[in-house]
Design a binder for this molecule. Structure first.
Ligand code: HEC
Length: 141
């Protein structure tokens, strides 16, 4: 009997601990700084806009990086997924040529262009940190 009640209190405690874990964060939580996005615009112009367009609308071959179709592609995935997609496959004509800082700046610019808010902290350059932030096309909370 004693063991059962001990097990029960441990289970109850575990529940409380889990309930207090912060909700998963998203692109709506201000995960880059305005300065970072501004710096990213210059890098975007240098490395990406020839194919993806000045207004991120895409080109003859390259898909858009802003707007409904783009967000529908990435909705529910994480910022880390998008970061790694860019980091490992882009720029298409010279993949993996940009370092993590440059990729993070460019991604900050893409997020700002898609009207996700900036915040007080710079975007991380670590994929595992960026995987904590979900891409949500619509603000849910
Ligand atoms: C030489 C042209 C070219 C350049 C330069 C280029 N891209 Fe791309 N990009 C493409 C093409 C074509 C695709 C689609 C085919 C593919 O994924 O290989 C693509 C796909 C993408 C995707 C996937 C979009 C989606 O919704 O699935 C992202 C994100 C992306 N590019 C970001 C970038 C970024 C950021 C840069 C600059 C660092 C960049 N690209 C530079 C041609 C280019």
């Amino acid at each position: 009997m004693k063991a059962t009640s001990l097990a029960l209190s441990i289970a109850a405690l575990a529940l409380v601990v889990c309930a207090q874990e912060p909700a998963p964060r998203s692109v709506w939580d201000g995960i880059y700084t305005r300065q970072q996005a501004e710096a990213g615009q210059a890098s975007y112009t240098q490395y990406c806009s020839a194919c993806h367009g000045d207004a991120l609308t895409g080109g003859e071959m390259a898909p858009p990086l802003a707007g409904g179709d783009f967000l529908a592609n990435w909705n529910g995935l994480t910022v880390g997924d998008l970061f790694d997609r860019i980091r490992t496959t882009m720029p298409l004509n010279n993949p993996q040529s940009l370092n993590r800082e440059t990729n993070a700046r460019i991604l900050a610019y893409i997020l700002s262009f898609n009207r996700f808010p900036s915040g007080a902290e710079e975007m991380s350059t670590r994929t595992e940190v960026l995987k904590m932030f979900r891409i949500e096309a619509e603000k849910t909370k």
